[in-house]
Design a protein around this ligand. Structure first.
Ligand code: SF4
Length: 622
């Protein structure tokens, strides 16, 4: 190990070379109060390499480590790593595992949004209607039962949020309130991105847990997700579906004035979009002025809010309240946002929607990242690192590091085939056939399962017309919007073909492109067809303009790099362990362009070739 193991609190006996490098870079960055962006491929053991040094420094200097993930499922490995550290170094580092209040609430479940749940919870507390809350706190102080549960949890040590929820529900206590108290004395807080990066949550979360960002080390796992998640957190929409639900709600409750008001808001929304226009950008006042005949804008919001408060006395959420929330946010700043009115179609039918879209995640991340003692961004796909440095708003005090994959190089063949393209101008049946024949001749040779990922279902279906007749393998077609059970079912049927081989035709942003674990070398080959670029819609165009003005890199930061990242994520499904072996094929001439080629992880040793058959055969025959 490159440094004293006590300084890094590494939980295992052996450390790999590249893991040691990561650990030492993280240690140095934290010790000097800098931040670090780490492109650290799958299998490197990132969690142990980053958590150890962060905890070691935090313990010595009285700081808190926030380990933030985009999914609850990733919390377990962090808690397990902490347990191993405690065991190995005979420490008793306190950790707390926090998931969203909405997922822990014993009182009620099934909300459509966190904001709706927050309204419900607040109103229940304020009106003394939540029996769990009343049993937990009285006049701001913990009840005897709550103190007993808290003591029990402290004795148990590092417990998962689910265990806390279970224990609390046995005593009819609000588990979220208990978790906040547990967090006060914890050195490690494992939470979701939004606990720290959602401005409407973080202030109260930090104050209730007695934490201070300047006294914290923030670790962001799977950090390639952070920009998109933060944009989503700061974005609000109002659709004709929501208006329809609010109309029903007002009718049901007999609020005639509110019914008129909601209908007028719906009409104002519809009047913004000219016929035969799919979407257009509008400004704040275009919508507000259409409501001016109804009442003062602020009064409209407060009327709707008052009615919503009444509604949630008898049902858990209010669509009228959702409209009030949207109107509040709509009046927000222009800089870093774009307002769009658009038509769309979903499985419930056609709709029109007004949206206030966040373009700039730095609006929520920059302040936190610059104020924190250190921030560590880590992911298996954070290339190019300067993209994340710039769009998250790091400024000068950040290191950028790219680590090598720990898996044997001989187990991976990565090819770029400049033999076709999915560029819009080149989309025609001949090109689709060319793509299909190349894909078929590759997957027919692969001794096992393959996946081919496309930029869209439309392109997938066009290519499949020529692919299926030429494929010797059973073809699985991913369907749009598959739920968890459907995905698991398809994956298990696909796994049944591991010996004879099958091919999954999916979409880069679909159900299998990211987050699905094709374990045990289930995929021997992944082909990425084209760059997953959609025809830029107004929001994407606004993003390109915005980053052009901010960094003179609109096209790259707003369009190409995010798409490239998705392609790498999908390609990453192939090799998940050091014994996995497989071929990654990028089929589009643009991948060979220098500006794109530099975004591939350097240790992939990408080969540009036309002799794909020779390369693939050579790889599998050795
Ligand atoms: S106070 Fe706790 S138990 Fe009550 S509604 Fe809110 S989260 Fe649920």
């Amino acid at each position: 190990m490159g440094q004293d193991s006590k300084d890094s609190l590494f939980p295992h006996e052996r450390v790999r070379e590249e893991q040691d490098l990561l650990m030492s870079d993280v240690s140095q960055a934290i010790a000097s109060g800098r931040s670090i962006i780490c492109h650290a491929p799958t299998g490197l053991g990132k969690t142990a390499a980053v958590l150890g040094p962060a905890l070691a420094y935090a313990i010595k200097n009285g700081l808190t480590v926030f380990f933030l993930t985009p999914r609850h499922t990733q919390h377990r490995i962090v808690l397990e790593t902490t347990r191993l550290i405690n065991e190995r170094y005979r420490l008793s580092i306190k950790s707390v595992d926090i998931i969203g209040k909405r997922w822990m609430c014993p009182a009620v479940a099934g909300f459509t949004s966190s904001a709706a749940f927050a309204d419900f919870c607040r109103s229940q507390r304020e009106e003394g209607k939540c029996e769990y809350y009343s049993k937990t706190l009285s006049k701001g102080k913990l009840s005897l039962e709550a103190r007993l549960v808290l003591k029990q949890l402290k004795n148990l040590g590092n417990v998962h949020a689910e265990q806390v929820a279970e224990l609390c529900s046995n005593s009819d206590i609000c588990s979220y309130e208990i978790l906040l108290r547990l967090a006060k004395s914890a050195t490690l807080v494992v939470a979701d991105y939004y606990h720290i990066f959602n401005p409407s949550v973080s202030a109260s979360f930090l104050s209730k847990t007695d934490k201070d960002i300047s006294q914290s080390i923030i670790i962001v796992d799977e950090a390639h997700n952070l920009p998109g998640r933060v944009r989503e957190l700061l974005t609000e929409r109002l659709s004709t579906f929501m208006i329809g639900r609010a109309v029903k709600e007002a009718k049901r409750a007999g609020y005639r004035e509110t019914l008129k008001l909601v209908k007028s808001i719906g009409n104002a929304l519809l009047s913004l979009l000219p016929e035969n226009v799919p979407e257009c950008i509008i400004n704040r006042d275009e919508f507000i002025s259409r409501l001016s005949g109804l009442n003062d804008y602020k009064d409209i919001i407060s009327n709707l809010r008052d009615i919503a408060e009444e509604v949630i006395k008898s049902q858990k959420e209010s669509s009228i309240g959702a409209i009030a929330r949207f109107l509040e946010v709509w009046a927000g700043p222009d800089e870093g946002f774009v307002r769009i009115i658009s038509r769309g179609r979903s499985r419930f039918g056609e709709f029109t929607a007004l949206s206030y879209n966040c373009l700039d995640p730095a609006l929520a991340t920059q302040g936190v990242l610059r104020e924190a003692h250190s921030a560590v961004m880590m992911s298996g796909t954070l290339l190019p690192t300067e993209l994340y440095r710039d769009i998250l708003g790091f400024g000068e005090g950040v290191d950028e590091k790219v680590y090598k994959s720990p898996f044997p190089k001989k187990n991976r063949l990565a090819l770029v085939l400049p033999l076709a393209t999915t560029r819009y101008k080149a989309r025609n049946p001949r090109e689709f056939e060319r793509i299909a024949l190349i894909c078929a001749s590759i997957v027919n040779f692969v001794p096992g399962n393959s996946a081919v990922f496309f930029p869209s279902y439309y392109l997938r279906d066009q290519v499949n017309r020529f692919f299926s007749p030429n494929s010797e393998k059973t073809v699985f077609l991913e369907q749009p919007g598959m739920d968890k059970a459907e995905r698991a079912d398809m994956l298990s049927r696909f796994a049944g073909y591991a010996k004879q081989g099958a091919v999954l035709l999916g979409v880069v942003s679909g159900s299998f492109g990211e987050g699905v674990d094709f374990a045990n070398n289930l995929l021997k080959c992944v082909v990425i067809v084209g760059l997953p670029l959609q025809q830029p819609d107004l929001q994407t165009k606004a993003l390109i303009d915005y980053y052009d003005k901010k960094f003179s890199k609109g096209w790259d930061y707003g369009y190409v790099f995010p798409a490239f990242n998705k392609a790498l994520q999908s390609a990453g499904r192939c090799i998940r362990s050091e014994t996995d072996r497989g071929v990654l094929v990028f089929l589009d001439e643009r991948y060979a362009w220098p500006n794109y080629k530099r975004c591939f992880p350097p240790d992939w040793n990408i080969k540009i070739t036309r002799d794909y058959q020779g390369e693939v055969k050579g790889f599998f025959n050795t």
